[in-house]
Design a protein around this ligand. Structure first.
Ligand code: ADP
Ligand code: MG
Length: 403
């Protein structure tokens, strides 16, 4: 029998309506159909941000159970399937991507049918670490010394220029620290070459940074820009673990915004862009950028007026951009491989829970939580409680964050 304490939910999300195929006319706004190449958690959070605006979503993803599917319809196709990309484009008003390794051929297939933001050039720029670094260096921003590597000989030459310790990275398809090897001394060279030498590579100096941070910003079609505050990030084994906005001074913020503005203007960018930096001896060195919404800005859902997801949608839809101020002290915990116990975590005040609905698997991002508070001290107390509940390396990582 049903009691007051019993709740019933449908065990499965019901399939959405049939695809709408007619091209829409008229201004952007409610009812806009958004196509997303990629149906992972970033697509899902775009969907969650866009549903209240009255938008409808169609995601292209190779996985039948892609987690964005619960916020829209799913078109199951490989990312390099140009017919699939075209089919997506034919059913939407504007398209974007949640995954920066979408082949540019698929991006162009979309663009031939409907607008795609950011455009294929911005997409391509973030896919190759060497081209990305050359572009950033050409704009006058500082980076750690780097060299392209395509043979043992060029690796040795690069090491002569860059020196030890260094980091060897694949130029393409690296994420969450994958496709990287640290070279501390010549003994590490052979093993790193065996592991990565089949791919085009880039060698860069290992940066003994004081902190890592990232800037997330948005640019509208008319060139208007807005930036969220710089966020301090702590990674664990190459994967983002914690993000804390609002702890850097105005000088660094202005410098980071100058760099991002140059990059956005160069790429004629529309949408959300994120630049990751190393902060070393008071200076910002660009690490990499991502032409999409980014894990280090997930706190904007709960700690800013307008989240990175909503502002990305506003930008690609040609709507006014939302304000990007931090509205209250906030801190994001990333859940990798599994979620902490919900019943324990929800007992922490100021907790905002985000379960991506993905199968738990080692190394996989399955959710995040953002803590908000009315003061930095209160935020820290809440964070210490949540870190104790999450266990593992979180208590130690939190100390690094607040050091
Ligand atoms: N040159 C470097 N010096 C020091 N740490 C690095 C360096 N390159 C990468 N790392 C560490 O590894 C993390 C992941 O590397 P990154 O280049 O951002 O690749 P991705 O995020 O695409 O996997 C960085 O956030 C940083 O913690
Ligand atoms: Mg990175």
């Amino acid at each position: 029998m049903r009691t007051a304490a019993t709740r019933y939910w449908p065990s499965r999300i019901q399939p959405g309506p049939e695809p709408v195929t007619a091209a829409s006319e008229g201004p952007a706004g409610g009812g806009l159909r958004i196509g997303v190449l990629g149906g992972g958690q970033l697509g899902r959070m775009l969907g969650l941000a866009g549903l209240p605006l009255g938008f409808e979503f169609l995601f292209l993803d190779p996985a039948a159970d892609a987690c964005a599917g619960s916020t829209g319809r799913l078109l199951q196709a490989a990312f390099d399937d140009e017919a699939g990309a075209r089919a997506l484009a034919e059913q939407v008003d504007v398209a974007t991507f949640d995954f920066e390794n979408v082949p540019t051929s698929s991006a162009r297939a979309v663009q031939a049918v409907c607008p795609l933001y950011p455009g294929p050039r911005a997409l391509a720029a973030g896919q190759d670490r060497l081209a990305e670094k050359d572009l950033v260096a050409g704009l006058g921003a500082r980076l750690a010394p780097y060299r392209g590597v395509d043979s043992r000989t060029t690796l040795l030459e690069a090491l002569d220029r860059v020196g030890y310790p260094a980091v060897l990275k694949t130029r393409r398809f690296g994420y969450d620290g994958k496709g990287q090897a640290i070279l501390r001394d010549p003994e590490d060279l052979e093993r790193a070459w065996q592991r990565l030498g089949d791919s085009p590579l880039v060698l860069e100096a290992f940066v003994a940074f004081d902190a890592e941070c990232s800037l997330c910003g948005v640019r509208g079609g008319e060139g208007a820009t807005r930036f969220w505050p710089l966020t301090r990030n702590v990674h664990d084994d190459g994967i983002l673990a914690l993000s804390l906005p609002g702890v850097f001074d105005g000088g660094l913020q202005a410098e980071a915004e100058r760099i991002m503005t140059r990059l956005m203007d160069e790429l004629d960018y529309v949408g959300v862009l994120t630049v990751e930096f190393f902060l070393a001896r008071g200076e910002l060195l660009v690490n990499e950028f991502a032409p999409r919404v980014h894990n280090s800005a997930h706190w904007t859902i709960d700690g800013a007026d307008c989240s990175q997801f909503e502002n990305h949608l506003r930008a690609i839809a040609g709507l006014p951009l939302g304000t990007t101020e931090l509205t209250r002290p906030s801190l994001m915990f990333n859940w990798i491989g599994g979620l902490p116990a919900l019943s324990e975590a929800l007992a922490v005040a100021g907790l905002h829970w985000h379960d991506y609905g993905k199968q738990a698997r080692a190394g996989r991002k399955v959710g995040h939580a953002t803590l908000t508070a009315s003061s930095p001290d209160e935020l820290r107390q809440r964070a210490e409680r949540l870190a104790a509940i999450a266990g593992g390396r979180f208590p130690a990582l939190l100390e690094t964050l607040f050091d």
